[in-house]
Design a protein around this ligand. Structure first.
Ligand SMILES: [Zn+2]
Length: 366
């Protein structure tokens, strides 16, 4: 049994060391992107423009990071009221090889009753409302002069273009969702906001950035109470510190994972406790026969000790049991030499449940 645990410990390491996006990820550079600016006001409330509130919250968030996470460099796409093209924002993040991209916005809706925070990751919208948010944010493109050239023919008003956009899966989706969840959790638990959840839609800036990225909607300017909150110093402090804490938590979690997995790759260097435990056990057996009736003991005595498992009321008889697929293949070939069992084949089990051999191989990283 101990040998099995060690074997699976090795597979476990192989699985994780084979994923550079995971094991190499550290948070050293964060791009803070204040939405809109200059001739693009973004959403317009009764008294405030989105561009101004987003900038204040963005600058505050950046300040907290600089103060409390000194090993993290903050890069701003803008620090004052100026127009920056959407493609340029993504370019800034990519050129600086940032580890995280955080775009900060305020939302708006035709109904003044709707309020709360939303954090978006790149993907296909599940509701029309989510699509509308992306359309509103991407509309900044239409304020650019030669926008057709820079956006691969993407039309921010065309619903179908959003489906095309979402076909390109973000390689950092898991990390982006992780960060987005932390932001929404902070908004709801620490800042006392109404969280409307982690959502997906096709935002150009998230589509183009080559790192984990989120777009944070800090609240609805179309809701008078929320507009007041967003414009208040207390509101801005709460929102910015919530975003900052989410980034800190994300950084700690991701770098702790790196620490646990990176230093020792050789199983023989590990103490017993350090060997990652993996409860999944994959076993290979050789199936020799099946029958709708239970066979009499000794039926297959010419191949040795057999076992059976049942699938849809059919009894299936196997020989051998090993964690080593090659050993199972050798046994299969040996058994096939007996004409009676010339159709014998290898089967796989995960924790006693039959799975396909391909599935087993994939799980073992073979
Ligand atoms: Zn916006």
């Amino acid at each position: 049994m101990k040998r099995i645990i060690i074997l699976f410990g090795i597979f476990y390491l192989m699985l994780f060391s084979g994923n550079p996006g995971f094991s190499q990820h550290k948070v050293r550079k964060v791009v803070i992107d204040a939405g809109h600016g200059g001739r693009d006001p973004g959403a317009v409330g009764k008294h405030h423009y989105e561009k101004d509130l987003a900038l204040t919250i963005a600058l505050r968030t950046g300040k907290y990071i600089e103060k409390y996470l000194p090993d993290v460099q903050v890069i701003y796409t803008r620090k004052d009221d100026r127009f920056i093209e959407l493609h340029r924002r993504a370019q800034i993040a990519n050129e600086s090889k940032a580890d995280l991209f955080i775009s900060i916005h305020c939302n708006a809706n035709n109904s003044s009753r709707i309020y709360g925070t939303e954090t978006y990751v790149m993907g296909l919208h599940k509701t029309q409302a989510n699509l509308e948010v992306a359309k509103l944010e991407n509309a900044a493109i239409l304020k650019e002069e030669d926008y057709a050239d820079m956006y691969e023919g993407f039309n921010p008003n065309n619903d179908e273009d959003y489906i095309t956009l979402s076909i390109f899966q973000n390689a950092f989706l898991d990390q982006s969702i992780e960060l987005a969840s932390k932001v929404e959790e902070q908004f709801s638990k620490r800042a006392g906001r109404k969280s409307r959840g982690v959502l997906q839609a096709g935002f150009w800036v998230l589509y183009k950035t080559a790192m984990p990225g989120i777009l944070v909607e800090t609240g609805y300017l179309s809701n008078p109470t929320e507009e007041k909150y967003l414009a208040s110093e207390q509101g801005q402090v709460y929102l910015a510190s919530a975003i900052y804490r989410a980034i800190k938590e994300y950084k700690l979690a991701i770098e702790a994972d790196n620490g646990a997995l990176e230093p020792k790759e050789n199983i023989s260097d590990m103490t017993e406790e350090e060997i990652p435990e993996r409860k999944d056990v994959i076993l290979f057996k050789v199936q020799i026969s099946s029958s709708d009736k239970k066979m009499a003991p000794g039926t297959f005595q010419d191949v040795g000790k057999t076992e059976f498992y049942k699938q849809k009321n059919i009894y299936k008889y196997t020989v051998g049991s090993t964690t080593d697929i090659n050993e199972a293949i050798r046994l299969q070939n040996k058994v096939r030499k007996n004409k009676k069992y010339k159709d014998a084949f290898v089967v796989a089990f995960l924790n006693g449940e039959r799975i396909s051999v391909n599935e087993a191989r994939r799980m073992m990283g073979l």
